[in-house]
Ligand binder design. Structure first.
Ligand SMILES: NC(=O)c1ccc[n+]([C@@H]2O[C@H](COP(=O)([O-])OP(=O)(O)OC[C@H]3O[C@@H](n4cnc5c(N)ncnc54)[C@H](O)[C@@H]3O)[C@@H](O)[C@H]2O)c1
Length: 389
């Protein structure tokens, strides 16, 4: 089988996904790269041998020697670049979030439907060992029917990764309850087997709003992203616009009656996600979220707290970025780009996670008022239900 030839657009921090996709002789190669920043383009192209280079993604779209496009650009560019890729008929890997508005998501889904081009949205958490382990436990029925899901998201490094560039500007992301939480809202939907229909949320910019910022147009500080700042109040070089929340808490009602909650903080010392799912016959909780972490299940009782639980599962070992998820998701995308067929991610689910985060952000900026999540056009739901797409 010949290697699939990818064009990659956007070579910033997420270039590690392009590296996972560059496997000469083993299924796929990065054959062309694009970045609007000339220095980044020159420096990062060298990782891939001697690829075609361009500062304009449109130069990649007309090339017959590219089989698919991988888009790794900032969130606010996803909608327009994705629509152009789909219109060019190139199977597309689009990083999460699908877009930064509900309308933007729907425009991308319509473009995929209208052109018949394959669309894959990069929700790599569905390929993380800890998430797959929790999903397997639930699917086997070990905790009965899931009824409530609570997620605590401790974003250590928050000041470094989310407040030193475009992430901190709500015109470029909507907010971190969409930008960052889209991952976990998707996982909540996947674990619970439903989509959010109603939300409310509270949030605030508590720490990073009052700290010194850089001048517009200045690059992220030297040493980024290797060097980290502690305590959070010591940051002196934040993005020139900081108007997203650094704490947010969100409640959800899903279409199958499940009730869920998600909490995010960007000035905590450690980085970890903690999920609890309670079903009609038990509860699970993860301790750590990478390879070697554990998921515990309590399904006898009632008793006082038992740290040893009833069953403890270990998250399997894996190598590569995001606990091995990036390697697995690119393999899945390569197969999908070649031949279609069922995959573990879903454009509809990607839209529903953005829609939940978007409406929750509106709620938290409106005093916590509840909002309904707009349903997706049923004709789009039906189109993507056919898993050849
Ligand atoms: N799935 C994950 O685990 C994960 C992890 C990190 C980031 N992401 C997502 O990946 C995307 C990229 O994030 P990042 O942290 O790498 O951002 P980044 O700012 O580090 O890099 C973005 C790169 O895109 C380039 N760029 C901007 N506009 C462009 C355009 N129109 N055409 C070509 N290049 C352009 C920039 O010059 C920059 O080099 C975002 O959507 C982010 O949400 C996903």
């Amino acid at each position: 089988m010949k290697d699939l030839r990818f064009g990659v657009v956007g070579l910033g921090l997420r270039v590690n996904l392009a590296e996972a996709a560059h496997r000469p002789g083993r299924g796929s190669v990065v054959a062309a790269v694009c970045d609007t920043d000339p220095e980044t383009l020159k420096r990062e192209a060298a990782r891939f041998g001697d690829p075609v280079t361009s500062p304009d993604h449109r130069d990649l779209l007309g090339r017959d020697d590219l089989d698919a496009i991988i888009v790794l650009t900032p969130d606010d560019t996803h909608e327009s670049i994705a629509v152009e890729c789909l219109q060019a008929g190139k199977p597309l890997y689009l990083e999460k979030p699908l877009a930064i508005t509900v309308e933007g998501c729907d425009a991308v889904l319509r473009a995929a439907r209208d052109t018949g081009t394959r669309l894959y949205v990069g929700h790599n958490m569905r390929h993380m060992g800890v998430v797959r382990l929790m999903r397997d436990i639930i699917r086997r029925g070990d905790i009965g029917e899931p009824k409530t899901v609570w997620v605590r998201h401790f974003v250590g490094y928050g000041g470094d990764y989310y407040f030193k560039d475009w992430h901190a500007d709500r015109t470029r992301t909507t907010g971190l309850l969409l930008q960052k939480a889209a991952h976990d809202l998707d996982v909540v939907h996947w674990l619970a087997g439903g989509y959010t229909t109603r939300v409310n949320a509270f949030g605030d910019l508590m720490v990073y709003g009052g700290l010194p910022r850089r001048e517009p147009g200045t690059p992220r500080p030297d040493g980024w992203p290797r060097d980290h700042t502690w305590p959070p109040t010591a940051h002196r070089d934040l993005h020139h616009v900081v108007d997203v929340e650094d704490v947010s808490v969100m409640n959800m009602v899903l279409d199958n009656g499940v009730i869920a909650a998600y909490q995010q903080c960007h000035f905590t010392p450690d980085y970890v996600r903690n999920y609890t799912v309670i079903g009609t016959e038990g509860r699970l909780e993860n301790f750590g979220d990478g390879p070697g972490a554990t998921v515990k299940v309590w399904n006898t009782g009632p008793t006082g707290y038992r740290p040893d639980a009833d069953i403890t599962y270990r998250v399997p070992d894996a190598t590569g970025s995001h606990g091995g998820a990036d390697t697995r998701i690119i393999e899945e995308f390569a197969r999908f780009a070649r031949e279609g067929g069922p995959v573990d991610t879903s454009p509809v689910a990607a839209r529903m996670s953005v829609a939940a985060g978007y409406m929750a952000t509106r709620s938290l900026r409106d005093g916590g008022a509840p909002y309904d999540v707009p349903p997706l056009d049923p004709s789009l739901v039906a189109y993507f239900a056919d898993d050849r797409r």
